[in-house]
Ligand binder design. Structure first.
Ligand code: NAP
Length: 486
């Protein structure tokens, strides 16, 4: 059953290519399922590489006019898109909850947080400046120009079906690039609703295209290998990111990768425990643990371990698992069976190797892909949950005995996306803040994401940054222009 929307036109069953709502060339479709109920919300086109090539051609055709449009005008169109997204935030949130499972308040928050990137880059569109260099010879002028890179391929995951799209599309559009978006198989409806609003905002045909597919590899592979695509921006797992990086190397594309994480959350002996518990609970269980910056390894100093555990388990007891469309629910289902099986296997490995399930540890009685909020004690770095992204509502709590050990354990991973630590010692704030090998470090807070900060990872968590004044660079080429004989 589809969610009841104030504006029923936001629920789409076709893809958006060259300004037209289109079926797959071969006519195939696939269903979109509500993970909380198992009901089909509708169907969308199951597109192939042939459809992807058509969308890329439509974007290429739109490029000359879009890049030539004065920045102020592009900015106004983005601003209009922002206004429409915020105006329809309730509907977009309902749609997101229905296809993804997160509670409505979280979903609406994602929509508005994602819209903030559109507003930000509407402004940045007007600030793409070049440079005039001191000339090296007489009668010579030397300039640095910033130019749009060209057609952008954007491949996005299911855990943030709305904001992962606006984060990529708004800087691309601001820079003068058209985009072909391939949303995740599980969550194409949010992407299509955003395309409908882009159309209503007056963004020209071919500048925003959305192609849906049940086989990410075929359509995503086309975006990664097609020579007309000059930039690939991917958010998703590290494994697929590595594959796309190698595929994109043949045509030497500009590339941005926002990949997996393995966030440590360090609680030192001098921490404000109440604040740490509140932040850990929020950042572990938000989106049922299915967030790249979710706490993956809770590490607590041995002197405060027991006190922390008492408070933390009490906070976890307050979580309310259920259908995200219902009032009071804090924790929705996992996205699909694959996600559930991964969580089960990591918990089973930990229990097998001696971990104690202080809370949960099993599927939830609601069935389907619901999982109990889980706290594991007596965990150690040899367990699989130490090195793998759990992506579920499971909090393994490790012990450490010194700052040096905590930092070493925190950095003992190929990932480097987000990290957290709680301490009241000002010297330690600097030492640990600088020592953590992560793109994003949060001290005494877990709320740090907004459109004005550079989001991205070190090491195998990615390449490039989204948001902030740095984000638009990902969609620009730097050209040196030297004019002599003047
Ligand atoms: P995923 O399996 O890598 O899928 C991401 C996207 O890639 C989907 O659109 C998927 O399509 C597509 N895809 C899958 N296989 C492909 C292939 N062989 N070639 C081209 N495209 C392919 O990741 P996910 O499970 O959806 O998302 C969860 C992951 O994303 C986690 O690791 C999480 O940490 C990461 N993430 C990172 C950030 C960040 O900013 N760093 C943000 C959010 C999520 P299908 O859906 O059709 O398979």
């Amino acid at each position: 059953m589809s969610p009841s929307l104030n504006d029923s036109q936001l629920l789409k069953s076709q893809a958006y290519v060259g300004g037209e709502w289109a079926p797959a060339g071969a006519g195939a479709t696939f269903p979109v399922i509500n993970p909380a109920t198992g009901e089909a919300l509708g169907t969308v086109p199951d597109m192939t590489a042939v459809d992807a090539r058509q969308a890329i051609a439509a974007a290429e055709e739109a490029f000359p006019e879009w890049r030539a449009m004065p920045a102020r005008k592009r900015s106004k169109l983005l601003r209009k898109w922002y206004d429409l997204i915020t105006e329809h935030a309730d509907d977009l949130g309902r749609l997101l909850t229905a296809e993804q499972g997160k509670p409505h308040a979280e979903a609406r928050g994602e929509v508005l947080g994602g819209a903030a990137y559109v507003e930000w880059f509407a402004e940045e569109a007007k600030r793409i400046d070049g440079d005039l260099l001191p000339p090296q010879g007489p009668g010579q002028r030397e300039l640095v120009l910033k130019q749009p890179v060209g057609v952008v391929g954007a491949i996005t995951p299911w855990n943030f079906p709305s904001s992962m799209i606006t984060r990529k599309v708004s800087p691309a559009l601001a820079a003068g690039c058209p985009v072909v978006i391939k949303p995740a198989e599980d969550t194409p409806l949010s992407a299509l609703a955003l395309a409908e609003l882009a159309y209503r905002a007056g963004i020209p045909a071919g500048v925003v295209n959305v192609i849906t597919a049940s086989h990410g590899a075929e359509v995503g592979g086309e975006l990664a290998t097609n020579s007309k695509v000059r930039k690939l921006s991917f958010t998703g797992s590290t494994a697929v990111g590595k594959l796309l990086m190698s595929q994109a190397s043949d045509t030497v594309k500009k590339i941005s990768l926002e990949l997996g994480g393995n966030a440590p959350f360090l609680v030192f002996e001098d921490a404000d425990l109440d604040a740490a518990v509140q932040a850990a609970t929020m950042m572990k269980f938000i989106n049922s643990g299915q967030t790249c910056i979710c706490v993956n390894r809770l590490m607590v100093h041995e002197k405060v371990y027991d006190a922390f555990m008492d408070k933390f388990t009490a906070a976890v007891d307050q979580l309310n698992v259920g259908n995200g469309a219902e009032k009071g629910v804090t924790t929705g289902p996992l996205i699909n069976d694959k996600g559930l099986q991964k969580v089960e296997s990591l918990v089973s490995d930990a229990l097998h190797h001696g971990a104690t399930p202080v809370r949960g540890g099993q599927r939830h009685e609601l069935g389907r892909t619901f999982y109990q909020p889980t706290v594991l004690a007596d965990v150690n770095p040899d367990m699989a949950c130490f090195g793998n992204e759990i992506f579920g509502p499971v909090a393994p709590v490790y012990r450490f005995s010194s700052e040096e050990e905590a930092v070493r354990l925190a950095n003992d991973t190929p990932y480097g996306l987000a990290s957290y630590f709680f301490t009241r010692d000002a010297g330690r704030m600097w030492r640990v803040g600088e020592a953590l090998e992560y793109g994003m470090v949060a001290c005494n807070t877990a709320r740090f994401v907004h459109e004005g900060m550079p989001f991205g990872g070190f090491k195998e968590s990615g390449i490039g940054r989204e948001g902030s004044k740095y984000g638009i660079e990902e969609y620009l080429e730097t050209k040196f222009l030297c004019m002599g004989g003047l």
